[in-house]
Design a protein around this ligand. Structure first.
Ligand code: CA
Ligand code: CA
Length: 243
């Protein structure tokens, strides 16, 4: 019966289509242990699209945007003191690439302290390192450095002597500002922001995932002016195609 033959052929084609799709998807995710599917910018900018690989490690949490498009977010939630992990993810974009990141140091509440009520009650510290390569050529495109622009939008405690308070939320003071509208976009004016501060590995003591990445020696650990008191920071920089 012709219908059976047609049906079999249809099933075969559907199976092939499904197989092709699944191979394509799994292939996209196989390059990094924590990678998610690549995100294609919806930008209308004409130009050659390039596939990039970004490695990122933050004490404690990040969300990454490229040319205004959300690319990746830390898989470890910011609701825990020990959320240290490196992530590697692919994305597709067109040069120049404007990288915008929000990083957060863990704090148990707006006091800026952690381990509140225990004998480890303290002011925690942060740290951030990133590198971006072109996937096909392996060329290094950019790294975290003293040239990144940074805006701290939560700083606490601004009176660090409150660290031993029995009621930190009342006794610890903080400075908080809203995220500027559109700060992730390529066209945002960050000329009023500060430049990042570079810290040594001895100061940041990077751990859990940091050593799984082969960091280029030019990639620096950065944060705001104060490794402990700056808790929520916005970052921006732009990279052009390596010459
Ligand atoms: Ca921390
Ligand atoms: Ca802190």
């Amino acid at each position: 019966m012709e219908s059976d033959c047609t049906m079999s052929r249809k099933k075969f084609l559907i199976l092939c289509a499904s197989l092709s799709l699944s191979l394509s998807v799994s292939g996209c995710a196989s390059d990094g242990s924590n990678s998610t599917s690549p995100v294609s910018p919806s930008s209308t900018v004409s130009g050659k699209q390039t596939v990039f690989v970004v490695d990122i490690w933050v004490d404690n949490w990040f969300s990454l945007f490229v040319n205004g498009v959300p690319i990746d977010e830390d898989i470890e939630p910011i609701t825990q003191e020990k959320s240290f992990n490196a992530q590697s993810v692919e994305f597709t974009a067109t040069y120049p690439i404007t990288v915008a990141v929000i990083t957060k140091d863990f704090m148990e509440n707006e006091s800026g302290l952690e381990y509140i009520g225990t004998d480890k009650q303290q002011i925690g510290d942060g740290g951030f390192i990133m590198q971006i390569r072109e996937k096909s050529s392996g060329n290094l495109v950019g790294v975290t450095s003293s040239q990144w622009s940074v805006l701290t939008i939560q700083r606490a405690p601004v009176n660090p002597e409150c660290v031993s308070s029995a009621d930190p939320l009342t006794d610890c003071q903080r400075e908080v500002i809203d995220e500027p509208s559109g700060w992730q976009s390529s066209t945002f004016d960050d000329s009023s922001w500060s430049k990042s501060a570079v810290y040594s590995a001895d100061q940041v003591k990077p751990k859990f995932g940091f050593n799984e990445i082969d960091w280029d020696q030019s990639a620096s650990l950065i944060w705001g002016d104060d490794l402990q008191l700056d808790n929520v920071l916005l970052w921006r920089t732009t990279f052009t195609q390596p010459g």
